[in-house]
Write a protein that binds this ligand. Structure first.
Ligand SMILES: [Mg+2]
Length: 242
């Protein structure tokens, strides 16, 4: 298995959480955590790039022991270890749009999913809601500029400028690291923009076919089991570099 291009070592590794560090049941792969620690110990920072909220990503960052910034809410929220927070969209606006929607479409639960409590740049409705009706109402409203996107666990009402790729690009600029020097690992369509941006991309085993189609390599290992051999290959490349 050739994990990396010959003679190339990433300067930074960007990783998704759900389905990438975890299995399909959202349980973290313990070997993946150890592999990320090995990368950090070798001076390769790990940046979590997730649709999850900042408190959830921060908890992982803290307890794994990472050093890189965080890209949360699919690029809506950036967090830096010095405490700086950049909100790339206003979640209150998306919430107001959803509360208005619930008046127009009785039966919609405007409170949405539980993690809305911590959401800062978007609002998420439950995944079973009538997405076509939501889109139709919004397109004729004061919130017609917002995008409606369904993922496996929610319907996201969000600013169309939000993507993991755009969020990661902003972080890399501040770190002064070229996107070509970055390796990204993911499993789902919300990782596509991140794969477009970086120099090398790895789709974990069990990834969505549309991500596998554009990945530089597809892991033969399922989800988080990708990380031990991938990390080993990165560390070997770094050692060979001298
Ligand atoms: Mg994922």
């Amino acid at each position: 298995m050739e994990w990396l291009p010959k003679g190339w070592t990433p300067k930074l590794v960007a990783v998704d959480i759900d389905g990438t560090l975890t299995d399909a049941n959202k349980r973290l792969h313990v070997g993946a955590i150890e592999a990320l620690r090995d990368l950090e110990a070798a001076g390769i920072p790990v940046v979590i790039c997730t649709g999850n909220t900042r408190p959830i990503a921060y908890g992982l960052w803290r307890f794994i022991g990472l050093s890189g910034p965080l890209v949360c809410e699919n690029g809506g929220v950036l967090w830096y270890p010095n405490g700086d927070v950049v909100l790339r969209a206003e979640g209150k606006e998306a919430e107001a749009a959803c509360r208005w929607l619930a008046l127009r479409l009785p039966g919609i639960d405007a409170d949405g999913i539980a993690t809305n409590t911590w959401r800062e740049s978007e609002w998420c409705l439950k995944t079973g809601e009538d997405m076509e009706a939501i889109q139709a109402e919004l397109s004729n409203s004061a919130w017609s500029h917002l995008t409606v996107l369904r993922t496996g666990f929610a319907i996201h009402v969000m600013d169309p400028c939000l993507s993991k790729g755009q969020g990661l690009a902003q972080v890399l600029k501040r770190l002064d690291i070229a996107p070509e020097d970055v390796l990204a690992v993911g499993d789902a369509p919300n990782d596509l923009s991140m794969f477009d941006l970086v120099g090398w991309s790895v789709a974990v085993g069990g990834a969505f076919p549309e991500l596998e189609a554009v990945a530089s390599v597809c892991s033969p290992e399922p989800h988080g089991a990708t990380f031990p051999p991938l990390s080993e290959a990165i560390l070997a490349a770094k050692k060979a570099e001298g």
